[in-house]
Design a protein around this ligand. Sequence first.
Ligand code: SF4
Ligand code: SF4
Length: 449
Amino acid sequence: MRTIPITQQGLHVMTKPIGPICNLDCEYCYYLHKEDLYGERKSWRMSEETLDSYIRQYIDAQPDDVPEVTFAWQGGEPTLLGTEFFQRAVEIQKEHAGSRKIINTIQTNGVLLNEEWCEFLKANDFLVGISIDGPAELHDRYRYDKQGLPTFQKVLDGLKLLKKYEVEFNVLVVVNRHNGDHAKRVYTYLRDTGVDFMQFIPIVEKRGVGVHAELPLASDQLRTFAYDDRVSSRSVGPDQYGRFLIEVFDEWLRRDVGKVFVQQFEEALTAWMGYESGICIFRKQCGRALAMEHNGDVYSCDHFVEPEYKLGNIYELPIVEMACSDQQVKFGTDKETTLPKYCQQCEVRFICNGECPKNRFIETPDGEAGLNYLCESYKAFFNHIDPVMKRMAETVKGGGLAAHVMHQINDERRGRQIQEQGSVSQTPSRNDPCPCGSGKKFKRCCSRR
Ligand code: SF4
Ligand code: SF4
């Protein structure tokens, strides 16, 4: 599975070639207010000189044994720069790549994707991350343009074009207070639209930390949610994210294992197989995924683009020196050394590792600071998937496929149903719907196994 990586294999930099400038005004965006960091500017466009210097330094900064270099273009909205900017980036990459393979990933809201863009993305083998929060009524709650108009249809048109041009893409869903109670609807909508790769990112906006103005809660939210004054009203509830992941997992396990790839489930399987996750939030330590602004300023992480986390500028210091600086090493090791005792003794620490430090602002039951706001969600989710993950890990280690476990579980479920019905004569006929609930005919499903 190819996903937009925030990994520790080698050094990663998430680049903002147009700073925080965006054509949308998504209510929960954590990056739009970064305009304040740089004040009024004539242009936010990364200059060719900066682009060239960055590409050269970034390739040079990779350890010798890393054969691939992944460039992650983010924003703001990077497509505002037009294809010509990225065409030039690809040319410069070729000049400096040597024997290394270059991979480009771009995260977009999808609104500007057109035929020209898709031709370019396909021709240059870009991996696209496109943000959709579910069907229109869920997506349009927080994701609108500068005029306050909904964006769903444009995003869907962009996604369809990506498919038409066979551009590799994955969908990033921001799980928030509004769509957080509609997991199955979000997941099945995307699956049935032809999305094979998904990631579900929780939105947690701690109050007072660069949080956008909030619109009044919708009346259904007022009814449904206890108000949590630690976070914005848009933020996913501390247990809601876990319920969301569990509902998606159960649906995925029913029929989609091996066909649909959900980043959180892939990472979980990695951990249950005894390896450390590839994404920073689930690793013991982090700090190898830096963020670079349009002018070459480098920060500890995309979520910490703040003056106190600035490591320098590529015109003053090579990226590799910034990545290896005491400040950055401490940033990364703090993730592990500041873990509360409660986490250290937790049964799912091996996969959770306290998640991202940006979300660690609540207290443990015994009053220790630094527990993750989403702890309740992660405990519930990882414990829920534990029995299945153990079976999948064993199967995959033995050379089998995770999908075999899905079939076994469906067979077991069917066996139980037949037992409960008290007679084998209740076995469905060939053209009946399969009792495992897959929606297929029995003859095309469990009867084959
Ligand atoms: S602070 Fe969070 S997002 Fe940033 S590198 Fe660490 S774990 Fe990843
Ligand atoms: S589930 Fe909670 S207690 Fe366990 S490691 Fe994660 S944040 Fe810590």
